[in-house]
Ligand binder design. Structure first.
Ligand SMILES: [Cu+2]
Length: 336
């Protein structure tokens, strides 16, 4: 009995702890219990409904089970009870019961499935979301603005994420916005929602897509419509030509050291399409699929040995020397 009580205490403590963990966003930022869009809310409501129904039914079953075991337990001198085989009433009850329960869940779930699978409402903002090994690309205004790692969204407006993949199957997932949904090569998928709070919400690829699948993160940055428009306008400008001599040397090196074959910098000869568009790379907070902070140190670490940072990285180690690293970092830092 004492052992039983101890076990119960441990179970209760664990339950408390886990309920604190799932909702504490500093401890667990990628929680689905902190919905920040209509879509994420609908998913969470369904989840809570099924959990509540499940706990009620589980509780009733346990109470009946324990009460029956106590009430009808064998007592000394009891005769053998009547031996029966089968009971139509019970068979009917335990067949129809689960059907009713699942039917009830279906009743609440189906409308949500149909409404969220339907095409996005007219007037939504289309954003192209493309999965690459191992980073996410975000395209605005029919591809006129291309950025990586950080998905900027306006609060209170419906955004339609048009999902593509450039190579293998990836899956887009930002728990606060709801989801998840696969991005396929050669097939377009959609996921749409209306973010309802300003803030930064992390996510990650949810479909094993290669060596650095676990390093393929993204971040949704939900802004006020004014901030969002300002960001979008600044992203449409061509790249600035650096005036600082170190950065200018880096700019030239960029065109001759192989970078231009894989990266585009609008307004320069670099038009490569393999890696992220770097026209405004300095305006991003994170690089390389959100694995590194976009600081001079972070950039240097990345350029020095990409596969060392991200195993399997498509960007190779180009064997850059210290001077080349200095000028390239200075150049990239100037691309605001
Ligand atoms: Cu992926």
């Amino acid at each position: 009995m004492a052992r039983c009580a101890r076990l119960l205490t441990v179970a209760a403590a664990l339950a408390l702890l886990s309920s604190a963990c799932v909702t504490d966003t500093s401890f667990n930022p990628q929680t689905a219990f902190n919905p920040r869009s209509d879509y994420a809310n609908e998913g969470l409501n369904l989840f809570i409904l099924t959990i509540v129904l499940g706990v009620i039914i589980g509780g009733v079953v346990e109470i009946v089970l324990v009460a029956t075991a106590i009430r009808y337990r064998r007592r000394a001198g009891d005769p053998l009870p009547p031996q029966i085989h089968g009971s139509t009433i019970i068979e009917v009850l335990w067949t129809t019961g689960p059907v009713l329960v699942v039917g009830a869940i279906l009743f609440f779930t189906l409308p949500v499935i149909f409404s969220t699978q339907a095409p996005a409402p007219p007037g939504s903002i289309n954003i192209d979301v493309t999965g690459h090994q191992f980073w996410w690309e975000f395209g605005y205004l029919d591809g006129n603005v291309l950025t990586a790692n950080e998905l900027h969204l306006p609060v209170g407006q419906t955004v339609n994420l048009v999902l593509h993949s450039d190579d293998v199957i990836h899956s887009f997932w930002v728990p606060a916005l709801g989801g998840k949904r696969d991005a396929f090569p050669g097939h377009t998928n959609y996921i749409w929602m209306k973010p309802d709070a300003v803030g930064e919400f992390p996510g990650q690829c949810y479909q094993l897509c290669g060596y650095s699948h676990g390093n393929m993160r993204e971040k949704a940055i939900v802004q006020t419509p004014t901030d969002f428009q300002a960001w979008l306008t600044s992203q449409q400008a061509p790249a600035v030509t650096p005036t600082d001599p170190t950065a200018a040397e880096g700019g030239q090196l960029f065109q001759t050291r192989g970078c231009a074959a894989c990266h585009t910098i609008n307004g320069t000869p670099a038009q490569g399409k393999v890696g992220p568009n770097l026209t405004h790379v300095a305006s991003r907070g994170v690089i390389a699929g959100s694995v590194l902070d976009n600081t001079p140190d972070g950039l240097r670490t990345w350029l020095k040995d990409p596969p060392g940072v991200k195993p399997g990285s498509i960007m190779p180690n180009l064997g850059l020397n210290d001077h080349e690293l200095d000028v390239l970092v200075a150049y990239l830092e100037s691309l605001k």
